[in-house]
Design a protein around this ligand. Structure first.
Ligand SMILES: [Zn+2]
Length: 317
């Protein structure tokens, strides 16, 4: 992707000289003004442009009648000739988490100006089972979300939906088999409300103005001096009038989640995850994936990719 900045830093030129970067699509050497994709690959990404009609597009129609979705889009068509295959494959099977962050940034840079992220309260990465995440070393969808956060400033909510069933790979399954395979694979975490509340508080603290931070600090000090072991401080800190304790906050209803996944094929896994998330009151869910595939073209190695035996062995979703 061409860098839009007016000047390419001297540091970048030196870094490229010492350690040349390669295009995520065709592996050619990147020019100093390019990032992730070379200019040609960037132009040739088969974009879906579904974000221009996020309520009614091919992907939305795939989910109609199965899940209530607010908005949905996929960045690019995932076909055997698509140059999006290689980076997705490296992210998922090649142990390259940094590819996910870069890809997430690329997607968000194109979608952010169109208003696709407007009204979204939290990002939610498609969860993996603990066993699979340990084996891979990371959740590839969380890496995509991290890149999106860099551009949008949104907050990632972790652990609210958990994958409780380690399903077989969906790669070679047909529609009905996929639905059965992921049935009851996800569950809402028991402490979901607490997690949401904590994440909301953290996000509010990060976006608080200096005056709001000072007020928060004073309130903390006020509550400290009420502690019996610090009663000797009471006279000296008496100018701090303890404010009334805030009522126990409840998680607001109608939160809008944006579910992030790498590739959508039949949508069975996404629908199963959304069913679990729907147990939250009044929740709204939008979906963003990098690739839009058909069941005839499951996520596998790109045609020119040479895989090691270790990579070939790990073809789980
Ligand atoms: Zn290229």
């Amino acid at each position: 992707m061409p860098t839009r900045g007016p000047m390419i830093s001297v540091w970048r030129r030196w870094a490229d000289l010492l350690s040349p970067r390669s295009c995520a699509g065709c592996h050619c050497r990147l020019a100093p003004g390019e990032d992730f994709f070379c200019s040609r690959c960037h132009l040739e990404v088969p974009r879906t442009y579904y974000h221009l009609s996020p309520y009614d597009n091919e992907m939305a129609r795939l989910l109609w009648g199965r899940a209530s979705v607010e908005r949905c889009t996929a960045f690019a068509f995932y076909t055997s000739k698509s140059n999006i295959c290689r980076p997705l494959y490296r992210l998922k099977y090649g142990h390259h988490p940094e590819v996910g962050v870069a890809l997430g940034r690329l997607v968000a840079q194109e979608l952010h100006p169109t208003g696709f992220f407007e009204g979204v309260d939290f990002l939610l990465a498609m969860p993996l089972t603990q066993k699979r995440e340990r084996h891979r070393g990371y959740n590839q969808c969380e890496k995509l979300a991290e890149g999106i956060i860099d551009i949008t400033g949104l907050t990632l909510l972790r652990g609210v939906v958990v994958r409780v069933k380690d399903t077989e790979t969906q790669t070679h399954k047909k529609g009905r088999e996929r639905i059965e395979n992921v049935k009851n694979a996800f569950a809402l975490a028991e402490n979901a409300s607490e997690l949401i509340h904590r994440t909301l508080l953290r996000a509010q603290k990060q976006s608080a103005s200096p005056a709001e931070r000072l007020t928060s600090l004073l309130n903390t000090l006020s509550s400290l001096i009420r502690h019996p072991s610090l009663s000797f401080l009471k006279p000296s800190l008496s100018f701090l009038k303890p404010s009334a304790s805030p009522p126990h906050p409840s998680v607001p209803t109608g939160l809008h989640f944006l579910l992030i996944d790498d590739v959508i094929t039949t949508g069975s896994t996404l629908c199963a995850c959304m069913q679990a998330l729907k147990k939250l009151p009044g929740v709204k869910i939008s979906v963003l994936t990098v690739g839009f595939s058909s069941s005839a073209c499951p996520l596998g190695p790109p045609p020119v990719e040479k895989t090691t035996s270790a990579e070939a062995a790990d073809k789980t979703p």
